[in-house]
Design a binder for this molecule. Structure first.
Ligand code: COA
Length: 335
């Protein structure tokens, strides 16, 4: 009997209207458009002025439901990948479930930073493959502006807010869908990228706030080195495991943290830039949302086609990293 395989049958995204450009940041910290573009590839990012990550997630899922012509009540599970939950509890998945009226769904949050979406995708696929569920929404949503220190030029240039979602269903053809994945974590990297305050280790006090412990800390140089190697290695590994060369892969869908990390990964895979989804210039690093945001935008413009092999790859805090290989099954919207 052939395997029941999970595949993406709908995509959706939500980005807030407010745009924060490099020119805006030049007025806030000692930086320049030239520095930001050459070091990161980012030109602007979106900022959610009112609301929380659940609003980004709900907006993305509502977009997906309209495109799929489906009711929220048909959703069986909602998995939210985020490092900026509305609150430590209740789970953001529950807040989202209520906001969109998915009254028949259960769900939970996954915290794996920039790899959150891939971890959640792999988890969601298990429910579909086992037969436990047939309509699983996986959404990456992060209001990074809520944990970004806008007086720190090392960090405030990097991040933005967005939500993006996919629907996983059983594939009508077992050759299509999520074919393979490799996930890793290495907790010894925890010291290089974290938010120290507000959890059980350092509950919020006046002191933790005075010490700005409720903002992201990153040793950018240290993370950069391991991110380049981690994302390139795991992307090459998933190709080797499946006997694929650069010619066999239609798209690399990389986490959007830094254009230089993306370029190094593509080079290692033997892929031309034209086969790499890049929108970091418009949105910066939206953490768990970057990969599904690419999928949703590329599908919308008809560039993702049924039958294409695509590799999704990420690296993030933890450290966490991974890659997913899929054969795209969703027809483009022109059909
Ligand atoms: N504008 C101008 N100068 C800046 C600046 C800014 N916004 N931010 C930092 N600088 C300065 C630094 O202070 C430093 O000056 P110094 O040499 O006088 O100390 C200089 O630019 C170089 O800084 P450095 O940190 O070495 O830059 P970089 O080339 O490593 O780029 C990052 C910094 C953050 C863009 C890069 O390290 C990076 O992308 N890291 C990984 C991010 C990532 O993948 N995270 C994981 C997933 S979330």
């Amino acid at each position: 009997m052939s395997k029941r395989r999970a595949t993406i049958t709908a995509v959706g995204h939500y980005v807030p209207e407010r745009v924060l450009t490099n020119a805006d940041l030049e007025k806030m910290v000692d930086t320049s458009d030239e520095w930001i573009v050459t070091r990161t590839g980012i030109r602007e990012r979106r900022i959610l002025q009112q609301g929380a990550s659940s609003d980004l997630a709900a907006g993305a899922i509502e977009n997906l439901l309209v495109r799929r012509k489906m009711e929220a009540t048909e959703i069986e599970m909602i998995i939210v990948a985020t490092v900026t939950p509305d609150m430590l509890f209740p789970p953001t998945a529950c807040v989202v479930q209520d906001k969109i009226g998915a009254s028949n769904a259960w769900g939970f949050d996954i915290s794996a930073a920039c790899s959150g979406f891939l971890y959640a995708l792999a988890a969601g696929a298990q429910f579909v493959e086992s037969g436990a569920a047939s309509k699983v929404v996986v959404v990456g949503a992060d209001k990074m502006s809520s944990i970004t220190d806008y007086s720190d030029r090392n960090l405030c240039i990097l991040f933005g807010d967005a939500g993006a979602a996919v629907l996983l269903e059983p594939s009508d053809d077992p050759q299509y869908g999520l074919l393979d994945y490799r996930m890793y974590c290495d907790g010894s990297g925890g010291a290089f990228l974290y938010m120290k305050g507000g959890g059980s280790l350092n509950p919020a006090t006046h002191e933790t706030v005075d010490r700005r412990m409720h903002y992201i800390y990153q040793d950018g140089k240290a993370v950069f080195k391991v991110a380049v190697k981690g994302m390139a290695d795991v992307s090459a590994e998933i190709m080797q495991r499946n006997n694929l060369t650069g010619d066999d892969v239609a798209w690399l869908v990389p986490h959007q943290a830094n254009l230089r990390i993306i370029d190094a990964t593509a080079e290692r895979m033997g892929l031309d830039r034209s086969k790499v989804m890049i929108n970091i210039d418009k949105y910066g690093n939206t953490t768990a949302a970057t990969i599904p945001l690419c999928l949703s935008e590329w599908w919308e413009t008809g560039k993702l086609k049924r039958g294409q092999n695509i590799v999704l790859a990420s690296f993030g805090a933890g450290y966490t990293w991974g890659a997913v290989l899929m054969k795209w099954s969703l027809e483009n919207p022109a059909k």
